[in-house]
Design a protein around this ligand. Structure first.
Ligand code: ADP
Ligand code: MG
Length: 650
């Protein structure tokens, strides 16, 4: 048990281990509290966002406490990643799962006998076997960690029956603390976890769901693939995920991207297990930097250097948007989330609602869709709205000054000072990249055209009326005699279509229920607009492609998202270091981010360390990484510096 008498002594030990082993200078929120509780023998239940640093919360006590920490984790790929990362930091870790050979078993047993193992990862299936239960009674278990603990709940999004059995841990090992971790914020799931695991007066932690390093952007969707290509041009060399709503769209977009010279692959549930595993592995290894996928892609991906997540179609609700964008930037370095928002998606989803037979389920789905639309349409700070959805009030966190050397050059300061409870300074709305415009008069014209034609004509005909186009149908119904005929000739047909779609998604125009074709009609809200009681705003639609590109460029090069703020020559060094990382990772058969995170490389660029002492200042470099990689990477830096000096001498 712990013999760290005072709180101060324990804190000092935690700080030292954090620096020596993990190479981090400060704790992320709640990591210290959780580690301390486990060491003192208390159960823990922690809800922390993706990238919040949950692993460290149990790895640190695992190193400090006597005995081995048994970690239950649901996926092979996650376990493998964790073990690789731990080993690189010099932490003794192993995994036991369906692929463990008898030789490996023997090695693990020997290590356990000699008290040399800190972490033992095990799948829930294996955990539940009688032989494993016996095995556990023979070894010195320091505590249990249950990762992705929402798998225990039927309400969670990936329930695993095997997790239910974990409730027996407490009875079998009353003396061992149990720590459970999840990124699922739902109250119901939380309660389920605590009761099913039978946690005893646990320390309950709910961290903020803010992801300060993510830049959120929502842009009007026009031609998806072109927009994605434009975006990717500003993300050269970066790795990321592009979500599309259907297999067909996934394949089309992947095809287009490849045709335009991007290294992209498709991923969806229609592919074989082996194909999917292979794609996932190439993604982890940076061999295929871009994955176009349905939402089937995500669980089991701990890749920390995902630099962007693009949604080509509307996510099904705000929670999904949050979880999917959350896969970007786990390493804490800047990352971008772009949603291409099209009203046509809203209309499709609205139609799906008709398929619900159960009224309650239908209402719940409608509510979630409305919330998603409101989020996408809002012209206030994205981050504030996102957090509000989780019942959280945005409070800009104080980035510890030594969190990152990359931040300490003062560049981040301006945006930091400006941040407030309504302004994050790191989304398109805050940086002014998604302007709105008033369209009340245009909306009144369109509504009037629908009303005067009796709310029974399709969008094409309404646009004919507005733009004053004399068609056979117009003449037959004498719509050219209406006062609204031609009142909208000053705008293009495309504009009117865009406006009507926008009015639909805002509930100002509804769809008539019993027509075969979509028939727009004025709703209650629409009447308020016609009577002048309600104003209408729409996302300003850039007419020209060039304008659109400029706007995107403006948003993504704003000070809030300045990639890593590297000068051209520093970018070159970054590329050199990245190439070296790739080479080392390939030789060691681990993903590149296991060798060093992007954040570590950026620190190396800023510091250009040429001594062990300075190399240790790089975030993520502890004793083990200094020993194994210090020389190799410092040599790259030395080469770069020489080249630079050489140029200057000439
Ligand atoms: P989670 O499981 O909560 O999604 P991880 O444990 O995978 O998050 O951690 C995400 C990333 O954050 C990893 O790359 C990890 O090394 C890094 N990290 C964790 N704690 C810290 C810290 N105190 N300082 C800097 N980086 C950290
Ligand atoms: Mg995790």
């Amino acid at each position: 048990m712990s013999n760290h008498e005072t709180a101060d002594q324990l804190d000092e030990l935690l700080n030292r281990t954090l620096a020596d082993v993990f190479g981090f200078r400060s704790f992320r929120p709640y990591q210290r509290e959780i580690a301390r509780a486990i060491i003192q023998g208390r159960d823990v239940f922690a809800v922390m966002p993706t990238g919040g640093g949950k692993s460290l919360c149990y790895q640190l006590p695992a190193i400090i406490r006597q005995g081995v920490c048994v970690v239950v984790s649901p996926l092979l790929s996650l376990m493998k990643d964790q073990v690789d990362s731990a080993l690189k930091n010099g932490v003794n870790a192993a995994t036991i799962n369906s692929t463990t050979s008898s030789t490996e078993w023997r090695e693990i047993m020997i290590a356990l006998d000699r008290n040399q193992l800190d972490l033992l990862y095990v799948s829930p299936e294996r955990f539940n076997t009688p032989s494993f239960a016996d095995f556990l009674t023979e070894i010195d278990v320091s505590f249990f960690a249950v990762d992705e603990a929402h798998c225990i709940s039927q309400w969670g999004h990936n329930f695993r029956a095997d997790y239910l059995e974990l409730g027996r841990i407490v009875e079998a090992f009353p003396q061992c603390p149990v720590a459970a971790f999840t990124a699922t914020a739902t109250e119901l799931v939380g309660e389920d976890i605590k009761t099913s695991l039978k946690l005893r007066d646990p320390l309950c932690i709910k961290a903020s769901f803010d992801r300060p390093n993510l830049f959120y952007q929502i842009t009007y969707k026009e031609s998806v693939d072109d927009q994605i290509v434009d975006f990717l041009k500003s993300a050269r060399g970066e790795s990321g995920i592009i979500y599309r709503s259907t297999r067909k769209k996934v394949e089309q977009t992947a095809e287009t991207l490849r045709a335009r010279g991007f290294n992209a692959e498709a991923y969806h549930a229609g592919m074989s297990d082996e194909d999917r595993a292979a794609v996932q592995e190439r993604f982890a290894n940076d061999e295929t930097p871009i994955i176009v996928a349905t939402i089937a892609f995500g669980m089991g991906i701990d890749k920390s250097n995902v630099r962007f997540v693009v949604h080509g179609d509307l996510p099904k609700d705000v929670e999904s948007y949050y979880q999917e964008t959350g896969r970007a930037g786990r390493d804490g370095a800047p990352a971008r989330c772009l949603l291409l928002y099209g009203y046509q998606d809203v209309i499709i989803y609205q139609k799906f609602l008709d398929d619900y037979e159960d009224e309650t389920a239908k209402e719940a789905a409608r509510k979630r869709l409305d919330e998603m639309v409101r989020f996408a349409e809002a012209d206030s700070c994205r981050r504030v709205n996102l957090l509000k959805y989780f019942g959280e009030t945005y409070a800009p966190i104080d980035l510890a000054p030594d969190e990152s050397l990359a931040d300490s050059d003062g560049k981040g300061d301006a945006s930091y000072k400006a941040r407030s409870s309504t302004y994050c300074g790191s989304c398109d709305v805050c940086v002014g990249a998604s302007p709105r415009e008033d369209a009340t008069i245009e909306a009144q014209k369109a509504l009037s055209a629908m009303q005067r034609t009796g709310n029974r004509f399709g969008v094409g005909h309404i646009i004919d009326v507005l733009t004053g186009k004399k068609t056979e149908k117009i003449e037959r119904f004498r719509h050219d005699e209406l006062p609204t005929f031609g009142v909208g000739a000053d705008h293009s047909r495309v504009y009117w279509k865009y406006l009507i779609q926008s009015l639909m998604s805002q509930g100002i125009v509804g769809l008539a229920p019993d027509f075969e074709f979509p028939i727009p009609q004025v709703t209650g809200l629409g009447w308020e607009v016609m009577r002048g009681q309600r104003k209408v705003q729409i996302i300003k639609r850039p007419e020209k492609r060039r304008q659109r590109e400029k706007r995107l460029a403006a948003a993504t090069t704003s000070q809030a998202y300045d990639k890593f703020s590297l000068s051209p020559s520093d970018s070159r060094l970054f590329e050199m270091l990245r190439a070296k990382r790739m080479e080392v990772a390939a030789a060691e058969h681990v993903p590149p981010y296991v060798v060093f995170s992007d954040k570590s490389l950026v620190d190396m660029v800023y510091l250009k360390p040429q001594s062990d002492e300075n190399f240790l200042l790089v975030q993520g470099v502890g004793r083990a990484k200094l020993k194994n990689y210090g020389r190799i990477f410092m040599r790259v830096i030395e080469k770069f510096l020489k080249e630079q000096n050489g140029e200057r001498d000439e």
